[in-house]
Design a protein around this ligand. Structure first.
Ligand code: AMP
Ligand code: MG
Length: 335
């Protein structure tokens, strides 16, 4: 079996995907503005279990629930913690529809399997024209992790969904390349201060404008044994290559004449070429700015994988906060 790719702007294709999700009869991958997701009716425990099985996802890694808007998010959360709900409301008002996931106390409507047994549920309203069409045909929330086999890079186009999960799912709704190409930012609003559980497509500076007391951890420090965001425990985003490593400026200079495949920023490639001449081994480049770099990163990893290099050397990202999400993904892809 290999998944069928359908045009997500075709109303018949969307109707077919909506039926499959409601019936829980077949697994469907959907586009979002962050990365492609593997969709299940969030209220159907059996369908959600199938998503975990298809991805080979550890049972302790909860899923994000996708809804069309704030009104559809509210029933998924318990209302007792008024401070938390007000924070959630402010964040949703500022960033929805968009790439921000909000973690708050779950209501009884949400099955435990979605939250991996945790007392909280992660919810977001995505911004994508294909999902607008899909939500118009669905009256259930969609539980959707990224549409990759567990541990692999998230797919940012329909072809990469097929490359990583094609044998395990039936349908891919093609919505074109993802606008952000990196996962949503995840904020837990339940504590004394809101906590950034996972850096993502919404920049930290933009989040702080709404929740100034946001707690942000240094990249890599939450990678293991973090109970608050179980997904961070697991190796993730890694291309299927024997040797992948990060390299700073000096190491890149040393690697330039060698046989390893390089993945660096465009400006860095220009500087290295000016200094050391052209290189014979494969060179892949990404945008100099963090948003453009993030947009291209996972697609580049899938492309490079297909070339089967003996070694991939990736440029170490800058340490400033605008690069936090990229930094987090690269550290976890190479650890
Ligand atoms: P993915 O769907 O692969 O993008 O991963 C979703 C991530 O969101 C998980 O790995 C967690 O880090 C985070 N997350 C989802 N649900 C919860 C939750 N209930 N509590 C804390 N973090 C969550
Ligand atoms: Mg994922």
């Amino acid at each position: 079996m290999s998944a069928i790719v359908l045009d997500g702007t075709d109303p018949d294709a969307v109707a077919r995907a909506a039926r499959a999700i409601v019936d829980g009869a077949a697994l469907v991958a959907i586009p979002t503005e962050t990365v492609y997701g593997l969709a299940a009716n969030a209220l159907d425990e059996r369908a959600v279990a199938q998503v975990f099985a298809a991805k080979g996802r550890p049972q302790d890694n909860p899923l994000i629930v996708h809804v069309p808007d704030w009104a559809h998010a509210l029933p998924l959360w318990a209302k007792d913690d008024a401070v938390a709900i007000e924070r959630a409301r402010a964040l949703a008002h500022a960033f929805w529809p968009g790439p921000l996931t909000i973690v708050c106390w779950k209501s009884l409507a949400v099955p435990d399997v979605v939250c991996a047994g945790l007392p909280k549920v992660a919810v977001r309203a995505p911004r994508h024209p294909v999902l607008d069409l899909l939500f118009a045909r669905l009256d259930v929330p969609i539980a959707a992790p990224s549409a990759n086999a567990s541990g692999r890079p998230s797919p940012t186009c329909a072809a990469d969904v097929v490359a990583t999960l094609g044998e395990h799912i039936e349908l891919v709704l093609d919505g074109g390349p993802c606008a952000h190409g990196i996962e949503s930012s995840v904020v837990d609003v339940t504590g004394e201060h809101p906590v950034l559980l996972r850096p993502g497509a919404v920049e930290v500076a933009a989040l702080r404008a709404v929740v100034p007391d946001l707690v942000v951890r240094a990249p890599g420090t939450a990678a293991h044994g973090d109970e608050a965001s179980p997904g961070l425990r697991h190796r993730h985003y890694a291309p299927a290559l024997a040797r992948v490593r990060l390299a700073g400026a000096a190491e890149l200079g040393a690697a330039w004449p060698g046989a390893a495949t390089l993945l660096v920023r465009e400006g860095t490639a220009r500087a290295l070429r000016a200094r050391h001449g052209t290189r014979a081994a494969p060179l892949h480049t990404l945008d100099d700015e963090p948003a453009g770099f993030a947009r291209g990163l996972y697609g580049a990893l899938y492309r490079i994988e297909r070339e089967r290099p003996a070694e991939l050397v990736i440029e170490e990202p800058p340490t400033d906060e605008a690069w936090l999400a990229v930094c987090d993904r690269l550290l976890r892809a190479t650890s």
